[in-house]
Design a protein around this ligand. Structure first.
Ligand code: SF4
Length: 338
């Protein structure tokens, strides 16, 4: 039986072979999930539910119930409460904006497995197959597109340019074509994350200080300024709803995939799989320190690498989990480490 190589694994290996070894062979996962990951995952899952219930009149309520369940600590933790309020506002805005879709949903969370082929001979790899899972496949007119959800902090020209470099999704299209889905492009479904925070209001000391400054500027030496009170939940939620009613809160970017680009990517995936095979055979997982601060944040394994792979650091920061949990196909593989 061949081993399954996922795209996220291949991408990780390409960025840093050691990172691949830590994540996929040792299965090390950080104990603490970053806030952005929790929020992004909750929204992603909510979208999947939304699109699996297209004709259900109660689907918004179902999705909001799901979001409620994702933030159980909201009653005792203001930060979690803020995330929950933002998640609900985002989804209500989304549901309103896309009450009528321009596409028809063909599949949601579609898993696939396909051969990796030598581009020169056309022969399938004897060692690996490749597997992945796409958010969705949709039909626009007579053409099929991948639907890919993204939550983003900002949306500008460079963000949109980066979508072109999304190798993984282009490769998904290539392999889905092989198994009978003639994908012509990708629709990126971008949802912006607001940075709005609930206003805490002024403390007595802050209010006094402000009044003194204002009074000093007045000829009368007095000020009628009122103390800013904390924003109520209703006020904050109304402000969030207003933010998510703006057109720029959501964006759809449609990208066509050329045959040339797909052929180039096929070459790449073969080469990476050969490099991977070599690394595995020799047990050499190089550290690519140029990648330690990619995406403007430190790699999750930075402290462990910096410690010289101290087992105490590992045990404090990570738990061990089986790799590729997201793929049920992987569980059928003879070697789940890939
Ligand atoms: S910290 Fe740097 S060297 Fe270590 S796994 Fe991450 S990217 Fe690789």
């Amino acid at each position: 039986m061949k081993s399954i190589l996922t795209f996220s694994g291949l991408n990780t290996f390409r960025c840093c072979p050691r990172k691949y070894e830590l994540r996929y062979l040792q299965g090390l996962t950080t104990r603490e999930k970053p806030e952005t990951l929790t929020f992004g995952s909750a929204i992603h899952e909510a979208l999947q539910q939304w699109y699996t219930l297209p004709n259900d009149a109660k689907r918004l309520g179902t999705v909001l119930d799901y979001l409620d369940a994702q933030f159980p600590g909201r009653k005792g933790d203001l930060q979690v409460k803020g995330q929950w309020q933002r998640a609900r506002a985002l989804f209500c805005g989304y549901a309103h904006r896309y009450a009528q879709e321009e596409f028809e949903v063909v599949a949601i969370e579609r898993e696939f497995e396909a051969e990796i082929r030598n581009p020169d001979t056309g022969r399938a790899s004897q060692t690996f197959t490749v597997a992945g899972k796409v958010d969705g496949i949709v039909r626009v007119g007579k053409e099929l597109y991948l639907l890919e959800h993204k939550t983003a902090a900002t949306l500008d020209g460079s963000y949109l340019d980066k979508l072109w470099t999304d190798t993984q999704i282009a490769l998904y299209s290539y392999y889905l074509r092989q198994i009978g889905f003639p994908i012509v492009g990708v629709i990126y479904n971008v949802l912006l994350k607001t940075r709005l925070q609930q206003r805490a209001g002024e403390t007595e000391a802050e209010y006094e200080a402000r009044v003194q400054v204002l009074a000093a500027k007045n000829k009368s030496g007095k000020s009628n300024a009122k103390r800013e009170l904390p924003e109520t939940d209703e006020e904050f939620e109304a402000r969030l709803a207003e933010w998510y009613s703006r057109p720029e809160a959501f964006h759809r970017e449609q990208i066509y995939l050329s045959q040339d680009r797909l052929a180039m990517l096929q070459d790449e995936i073969w080469e990476i799989s050969q490099q991977f095979l070599d690394a595995r055979r020799r047990g050499k997982w190089l550290l690519n320190t140029a990648h330690c601060f990619a995406w403007s944040r430190p790699c999750e394994y930075l402290a462990y690498c910096q410690s010289g792979f101290n087992p105490n650091v590992r045990d404090n920061l990570f738990i061990s989990k089986p790799p590729h949990e997201e793929l049920s196909l992987a569980s059928k593989s003879s070697e789940t480490a890939f």
